[in-house]
Design a protein around this ligand. Structure first.
Ligand code: NAP
Length: 286
């Protein structure tokens, strides 16, 4: 099977490497070519545009920053959607909003392309270890066809429902992630201000039933003040924005997420956008 991959950032570069290791013929495109270097050394082919990468592909995978970028590369100048062969499958793994996934599903259909929204749960390390969880929206038989490919990049796939449902589930998860990290940061920061030892406070909070287990993974970052990005703060802020935009579309109120979104936006404004999202602790504490 000929696979095309667009978007070789933190996640995409690692996912594409696993596709290549699986023995597929892989063509890649990325805005910044040097991020493709190690893939090219290992046998991937470079394409100079989204249009070119799509030409021979049976399946195209996108792992891009946000909906605007996905739409631009799919349908803008030299976009990949019109260049794909009819009957090919487009798997969009980017975290986007559900109505955008539905719109891309419709655009794909107009071009005779089958579409799956397949955002992932898991960050840089699970991407490297092929341990991502795919949350998929779209037709079950299209998913069944590409399942062996997803199995090269992840260890679990959940078919959530029709087009857009994968994206619904993904923004639900990231809303919880963002809110949890923020609440933890406020709690820890207050404790420290009142004289509780930071390490002792973390021992107790992270062992408590009220703290989500995932936050344990961020302990060393907060202790060492090492915020090298696995999941950049600007992406988490984007996901909260997509969550609140979606709530607006469906006339639902999400007051606490709106507040959290703006706190992350303030941190982004203070040049923390490219740090890991756990650096929200640094923002709150300072
Ligand atoms: P990243 O490292 O910032 O990579 C973003 C990708 O989008 C890069 O390939 C980048 O190209 C491309 N891009 C950005 N703006 C562009 C533009 N204007 N035109 C063309 N290409 C553009 O992000 P990531 O962490 O891999 O995340 C990718 C997606 O996965 C996001 O939707 C994110 O929310 C989601 N996600 C991330 C994680 C995580 O832990 N990191 C986990 C799950 C889901 P360049 O290389 O040229 O910048």
């Amino acid at each position: 099977m000929k696979i095309a991959f667009i978007g070789l950032g933190i996640m995409g570069s690692r996912m594409a490497a696993n596709v290549l290791n699986g023995g597929h013929s892989l063509s890649v495109y990325n805005r910044t070519k040097n991020k493709a270097e190690s893939l090219l050394k290992n046998g991937a082919k470079w394409a100079d545009s989204p249009e070119e990468v799509a030409k021979d592909a049976n399946v195209i995978i996108t792992m891009l920053e946000n909906p605007d970028v996905v739409e631009d590369l799919a349908l803008g100048k030299n976009g990949f959607l019109p260049a794909l062969k009819k009957g090919s499958v487009w798997i969009d793994c980017s975290t986007v909003n559900p109505s955008f996934s539905k719109k891309m599903g419709e655009e794909a259909e107009k071009h005779g392309i089958r579409f799956l929204d397949a955002p992932v749960s898991g960050s840089k390390e699970p991407a490297a270890k092929a341990a991502l969880i795919f949350l998929v929206g779209g037709q079950a038989d299209d998913l069944a066809e590409v399942q062996p490919l997803l199995d090269l990049m992840g260890n679990k796939t959940i078919h959530i429902g029709d087009t857009g449902k994968g994206s619904v589930m993904k923004i639900m998860i990231n809303q919880l992630l963002g809110q949890s990290m923020l609440a933890f940061s406020e709690s820890l920061s207050l404790g420290i201000a009142l004289g509780i030892d930071k390490s002792k406070a973390m021992d107790i909070l992270l062992d408590s039933a009220v703290t989500p287990p995932i936050l344990k993974a961020f302990r060393s970052r907060i202790e060492d003040e090492n915020y090298e990005p696995n999941f950049p703060l600007k992406h988490l802020q984007k996901d909260l924005q997509l969550f609140t935009d979606t709530a607006y579309e469906y006339e639902k109120a999400t007051p606490s997420t709106n507040v959290a979104k703006e706190i992350y936006a303030l941190a982004k404004q203070k040049n923390q956008g490219d740090l890991d999202f756990s650096s929200i602790f640094k923002f709150i504490n300072e």
